[in-house]
Design a protein around this ligand. Structure first.
Ligand code: UD1
Length: 335
């Protein structure tokens, strides 16, 4: 299949482009470079040993996107482009609603106009709000805890309504749990601009001594060791989930969790990172971060039964690959 991949130079988008080529599909990448480096394009071409068309453009720019749809006759769209920093979404909600909703709407409109039948949407487990785990796809969605989460939930509802009105469309809503890790080549990975938001980029910054210590947000949760428990999934497993969704979905709206079903605490993650990589991650315990919940993990049966999706990588693989990428990027000695 020939796919349009928006946000294709970003963390999850770039790994998915590689997975697409591994499975004999081709991609046209759109990225506005607001949170990605252009050098990722060259890296991807080297990794897949092929040329990949790349356009620096905004996914909500309907004229620019229409020109691509007219030129390429896509079989599907994988829509990754979007703002994703939770804290920033609280201080700049208009920017989040404007960007994340208009891009989804623009691409859906062009899919309908150009009879492109497959739309794969990057959603997030954040749409479940603070419901108890395991989180399964049939749960009714409650209000999310921040505007970023709202843009994901509203995008899901928009795509569902659009599919209902245009039944030949096949839509996959992929709810990611916590993606970490990096391509095993060490050449693709997560390289956020500015101060990181999520746990793994913080850990790699502390391990490489760019930040003196990790703040552990609370050790008084009702979890085995008191720290927050999340369902971390290797980004390469996550990327493969997109290929399966693309290949398997038929007309309708299909919702899949992409997680492992296993919970890992912050302390367990620090322990694994230090043990596998033989590097120290100093930390201190600080008060809970507002909006955090104790435990989230996925119900994985639906994606397993319908898509044949099973994760292959362990937490040890995840911490090893995250650190390898960090060392390659920043010239940090890996031991
Ligand atoms: C966060 C977002 C979620 C988003 C997801 C993307 C919030 C409230 N939620 O989820 O909407 O979809 O990232 O991956 O921000 N932790 C520390 N110290 C740190 C950073 C994190 O102790 O410096 C802890 C957190 O308290 C949590 C765990 O590590 O228990 C994971 O945090 P994080 O990586 O930010 O992910 P989520 O909070 O699950």
């Amino acid at each position: 299949m020939k796919l349009l991949v928006t946000g294709g130079l970003g963390y999850i988008g770039s790994h998915t482009v590689k997975a697409l080529y591994d499975h004999h599909h081709t991609a046209v990448i759109v990225d506005d470079l607001s949170n990605a480096k252009e050098s990722v394009h060259h890296t991807l071409e080297t990794l897949v040993n092929d040329t990949i068309p790349f356009y620096q453009a905004d996914a909500k720019d309907i004229d620019a996107m229409r020109a691509l749809f007219e030129n390429y006759h896509f079989d599907g769209v994988l829509h990754f482009a979007g703002h994703k920093a939770v804290g920033e979404s609280v201080s700049r909600p208009m920017m989040y609603y404007h960007n994340n909703l208009n891009s989804t709407l623009t691409l859906a409109q062009l899919c309908v106009e150009h009879r492109v039948s497959k739309f794969i949407f990057s959603s997030s487990a954040t749409v479940y709000g603070d419901q108890p785990s395991p989180l399964h796809e049939g749960l009714e969605l409650k209000k999310t805890t921040n505007p970023y989460g709202e843009t994901k939930a509203i995008s899901e509802r928009m795509l569902t309504d659009i599919q209902r009105a245009h039944p030949s469309l096949s839509v996959a809503l992929l709810r990611y749990f916590n993606p970490i890790g990096a391509d095993e080549s060490g050449l693709l990975g997560e390289d956020p601009q500015g101060i990181p938001n999520n746990l793994m980029p913080f850990i790699t910054n502390v391990a490489s001594q760019r930040i003196p210590q990790l703040n552990v947000y609370g050790d008084d949760y009702e979890t085995p060791d008191g720290t927050g428990v999340r369902d971390y999934i290797h980004v390469s497993d996550l990327a493969r989930g997109h290929v399966l969704a693309l290949e398997k979905i038929t007309e309708g709206v299909h919702i899949y969790n992409l997680g492992t079903g296993q919970g890992t605490s912050v302390f367990q993650m620090i322990e694994a990172f230090e043990r596998v990589n033989q590097v120290s991650v100093p930390y201190r315990v600080v008060p809970r971060r507002p909006g955090d919940v104790a435990i989230t993990y996925a119900a994985v049966e639906h994606a397993r039964d319908q898509l044949g999706f099973q994760t292959e990588k362990s937490i040890d693989d995840m911490v090893k690959d995250s650190w390898r990428f960090t060392c390659n990027q920043k010239g940090t000695p890996s031991s």
